[in-house]
Design a protein around this ligand. Structure first.
Ligand code: IVH
Length: 387
């Protein structure tokens, strides 16, 4: 029996509704319905697709649950190479970047599109006829791993582009895990007696590189777009800022903290503003990225070896470093509470030298199985006490 017009219609309505809620939740960060209601819509769609399997399409939201495990990942050659960025570590490095841009463009002042530097994994998404065709990791910059099945499970990644979006498009961005989702995942791993991840970046990488995409589907991965492979293929968009707005209108999550600033003063003010906000952001960042805003100016500046001359990453001080555990002391608080404190070989992390870290309690020491002489990871986030 073939599906009636009524069923077809209901399937279409459910898919639109579910993707609209995915969009509100994962892209706008503003959920529109309670989880239970979402689950109800989802189960109804699953029921209809089970009854009429011929209605299942690759872009149905029900297909975001993962597919049969692969033997290994295939290789994909990128449409345009995925380059890396040069780094700036000091104000002077950022000022020199601005000076080189001004000199290269022979102009008085340059406008920059500026945004956070997401601490995740670079990926590329290729759309054909408005459908997600393939997605890959960066790999060596020219060829990456085909992780399409895994990327399909990431709800922030659109499977279908809306009418009006270019039908051929290669979007570049970063897959990452929110700090709170990472903490929950690690608690789940711990309860299940599984290995915990060192940080959100490792958790995102480990989740994306699963040969079994059904496992990836259970990991809370997010995505942010920060560019396209070939801006010249979109001639009506003349600046990076306009491209980011367009990507947002096509359903891609982009950073709400992006801005356009002028000159080195603008760059450094942005660096400081995001630095102050860093600890409060839901995801980890390791710096900010400055890009000459006008694509014509980007093309004029071009590339040097494997990095663009028109963009640079201005890094924040590292929040993690390795050091040695020298001793464990016990601190007695005013209320009599006992807190074990790790004495560490001094290490520079997050812009300060750390020599002590609280271990919270005895259980925590047992759980982490820390012993004198161990090499430990010291993490410092904003003003938070080193962990
Ligand atoms: S633009 C030509 N923008 O940083 C390269 N990259 O070394 C264009 N990254 O692995 C990259 N946030 O994945 C750009 N807002 C951002 C970024 C960003 C993170 C990563 C990127 C790449 C590395 C560049």
């Amino acid at each position: 029996m073939i599906a009636s017009a009524e069923v077809l219609d209901r399937v279409r309505v459910l898919r639109t509704e579910i993707e609209r809620h995915n969009y509100a939740y994962y892209v706008l960060d503003a959920p529109t319905i309670p989880d239970a209601e979402y689950d109800r819509l989802f189960r109804e769609l699953v029921g209809l697709e089970e009854a009429w399997p011929e209605l299942v399409t690759a872009e149905s939201p029900t297909q975001r649950v993962g597919a049969a495990p692969l033997q290994d990942f295939g290789q994909l050659t990128h449409g345009a190479p995925m380059l890396s960025l040069g780094n700036a570590f000091t104000d002077e490095d950022a000022e020199n970047f601005d000076r080189r841009c001004r000199e290269g463009l022979k102009c008085e002042s340059v406008d920059y599109a500026v945004e956070p530097k997401f601490d995740g994994l670079a990926i590329t998404l290729r759309y054909k006829a408005g459908r997600l065709e393939v997605g890959a990791t960066r790999g060596d910059g020219y060829t990456g791993e085909d992780v399409t099945e895994n990327l399909r499970t990431v709800r922030a990644i659109p499977l279908l582009l809306p009418p009006g979006a270019p039908q051929e498009l290669e979007v570049r961005g970063e897959v990452l895990m929110y700090k709170r989702d990472f903490a929950r995942l690690n608690a789940r791993q711990r309860d299940a007696g599984e290995k915990e991840f060192a940080n959100p970046r490792n958790a995102a990488a480990g989740s994306l590189r699963q040969l079994d995409s059904r496992i990836t589907a259970q990991r809370p991965l997010r995505f942010f777009a920060y560019g396209v492979a070939s801006p010249e293929a979109l001639p009506h968009l003349t600046t990076h800022a306009a491209l980011m707005d367009a990507l947002m209108s096509w359903g891609f999550p982009v950073s709400p903290d992006r801005a356009v600033v002028r000159g080195a003063t603008g760059l450094l003010a942005f660096y400081r503003r995001i630095g102050e906000k860093r600890a409060a952001l839901p995801y980890e960042i390791d710096g900010v990225v400055y890009k000459v805003n006008a694509f014509a100016a980007q093309a004029a500046l071009g590339f040097v070896s494997r990095a663009p001359r028109f963009a640079i990453a201005h890094k924040f001080p590292a929040e993690e470093a390795l050091t040695e555990l020298i001793d464990i002391d016990v601190q007695v608080g005013r209320t009599g509470a006992i807190t074990p404190v790790a004495r560490l070989k001094p290490v520079f992390v997050g812009g300060v030298t750390v020599t002590n870290a609280t271990l919270h309690n005895e259980d925590e020491i047992r759980r982490k199985d820390v012993r004198l002489g161990d090499t430990v990871i010291v993490r410092r986030a904003g003003d938070v006490i080193p962990e």
